[in-house]
Design a protein around this ligand. Structure first.
Ligand code: GSH
Length: 230
């Protein structure tokens, strides 16, 4: 399998899951601006949608969309319990969380990456995000992970998108239960290994030199990567 990724992008989520399961895979870095892979290949030929993550299987099939990718990977090793079995009520609950993260948090944060959107408008999107964070904090009041007491694929995705918040001066300490979740997940050896392999991340204090969640990188007002998600 090949995972096409960009540093500090949402591709970190399936990357973590692959490492949690100890599955063999190759990492292929994508430049989200040029749409070239690290070896000079054309990423649009792999994923015409032009964004990471993309998982290429050994038979050549390419799977895109983070929530689908993490479920596919988890099902390769169901005994690890990163996703409940297909066809169960718990699996539907997992999909409920994955959809919440994708549409409310990931896409909800998208406007904040866009340099063309004025701060006054971004404040409206932030308030909406904060209401979602209240929901998450209430969830973590009685459990360590989204699905209960066990780490799973939804936690990997949530951890990935919440890591972006310090770019927007959103301090997750305002929601101590979320901050504790981030610490808990961040301590996992597979998460640390994925972060190390994913590429250097700028320090939260250095917001001027954004990393490259392709979308996030943009000091360029014309850049509309994340907006396309809305
Ligand atoms: N709906 C997609 C969104 C993927 C996405 O937003 N990818 C970003 C990085 S986090 C990207 O590669 N953006 C580059 C672009 O849109 O040109 C998913 O959930 O996988």
């Amino acid at each position: 399998m090949k995972l096409y990724f960009a540093p500090d992008a949402c591709s970190l989520s399936p990357h973590i899951v692959l490492r949690e399961l100890g599955l063999p895979f190759d990492l292929v870095r994508v430049d989200n601006k040029t749409k070239k892979t690290a070896d000079g290949g054309d990423f649009l030929g792999v994923n015409p949608k032009g964004y990471v993550a993309a998982l290429q299987l050994d038979d050549g099939e390419v799977l895109t969309e983070g929530p689908a990718i993490v479920q596919y990977i988890a099902d390769l090793k169901p005994e690890a319990g990163l996703a409940p079995a297909n066809g169960t009520w718990e699996r539907v609950r997992l999909q409920e969380w994955l959809n919440f993260i994708a549409t409310e948090i990931h896409a909800g944060a998208s406007p904040l990456f866009n340099a063309a959107i004025p701060e006054t408008v971004k404040a409206i999107f932030k308030e909406r995000l904060f209401r979602r964070f209240d929901t998450l904090a209430a969830t973590f009041a009685d459990r360590d992970y989204l699905m209960g007491e066990r780490f799973g694929v939804a936690d990997s995705y949530l951890f990935t998108v919440l890591r972006w918040m310090d770019r927007f001066a959103i301090d997750l300490d305002r929601w101590p239960a979320i901050a504790a979740f981030m610490e808990r997940v961040g301590r996992r050896p597979a998460v640390q290994a994925a972060l190390a392999a994913d590429g250097a991340r700028p320090s939260p204090d250095d917001r001027a030199t954004f990393g490259n969640c392709g979308n996030c990188a943009s000091a360029d007002p014309a850049f509309r990567g994340h907006i396309a998600l809305m």
